[in-house]
Design a protein around this ligand. Structure first.
Ligand SMILES: [Zn+2]
Length: 212
C-alpha cells in the first residue's frame, strides 16, 4: 500500500526517537505524559501540521525521548489513560486530556488565591469572602459566570499568581450569555481570552457592530 504524506513525515519523525524501526510497533512504545499546552503557532512534531491549538506531550520511556503532537495525532498512539476513579478512558482521549489539564491549571491558581490574605472590600463585600465564593463556584461545582471569571482574573493579577487565561472558561448557559452581553469593554477585554469564539463574537456584535 502506498504511503501517505502523513505516514512519510510521521515515520521520519518518530522512528529515530523509538526503539523499533517498524512504525506500527514504534507507536505502541509511546506513553502520554499528561502535559499539555495551548498554542496558536506551533506545529505537530509527529506529522508537521501547523497552527495547532492544543499540543500534547508524548514520551518514549525506553529511549527517554519526547514529542509534542496535535489532537488528531495523539489518537494514533495507543496511550493508556485513567480518570481519577480508575476508569479507563477509551474514546475522546484528546478531549479528556484538555479538560483534565484545564482543571488542574484552574485548581492550582484558585487554591493559591484562597491562601492569600487580602485586606479591604469591593462594594460591601470583603475581598476574602468574594475570593472564597468565586473560587468555590469552580472548585466545588466546576461552574463560573462571566462576572466570577472577571473577578478572579482581577484578583489573581493583584496577587501576582501566575495563571493562563486560556485555561479558564465560562459555563455555557443562557444566563451566562445574557450576563456576558451586559459586560463593559474593560471587563470584556480582561476575560476575552477565556471566551469561546461564539461568546467573543456575540459580545463584539452587540457592542461594536461596525467593527470586524
Ligand atoms: Zn500531527
Amino acid at each position: 500500500m502506498a504511503k501517505s504524506k502523513w505516514d512519510e513525515r510521521s515515520e521520519a519523525n518518530l522512528l529515530p526517537l523509538s526503539v523499533s524501526d517498524d512504525f506500527v510497533t514504534a507507536l505502541k512504545e509511546w506513553r502520554c505524559s499528561r502535559e499539555m499546552r495551548i498554542t496558536a503557532t506551533m506545529e505537530c512534531e509527529l506529522c508537521g501540521k501547523k497552527d495547532l491549538h492544543y499540543q500534547f506531550e508524548i514520551i518514549n520511556p525506553e529511549r527517554n525521548t519526547a514529542l509534542w503532537v496535535g489532537s488528531s495525532c495523539i489518537k494514533k498512539f495507543d496511550i493508556y489513560l485513567e480518570d481519577g476513579r480508575g476508569n479507563v478512558i477509551t474514546t475522546g482521549k484528546d478531549t479528556y486530556l484538555i479538560k483534565e489539564f484545564k482543571h488542574q491549571h484552574m485548581t492550582k491558581a484558585l487554591m493559591a488565591l484562597l491562601d492569600t490574605q487580602p485586606e479591604g472590600k469591593i462594594g460591601i463585600y470583603p475581598k476574602k469572602s468574594l475570593d472564597a465564593t468565586c473560587a468555590r463556584a469552580y472548585l466545588e461545582r466546576q461552574k463560573l459566570t462571566p462576572k466570577q471569571v472577571n473577578y478572579l482574573f482581577l484578583r489573581l493579577e493583584q496577587e501576582g499568581i501566575p495563571f493562563d487565561k486560556q485555561y479558564f472558561s465560562i459555563s455555557d448557559t443562557t444566563g451566562n450569555w445574557d450576563m456576558l452581553m451586559t459586560m463593559k469593554e474593560p471587563q470584556f477585554q480582561r476575560i476575552e481570552l477565556a471566551l469561546t469564539k461564539g461568546q467573543r463574537e456575540g459580545w463584539l456584535y452587540r457592542h461594536k457592530p461596525s467593527a470586524k
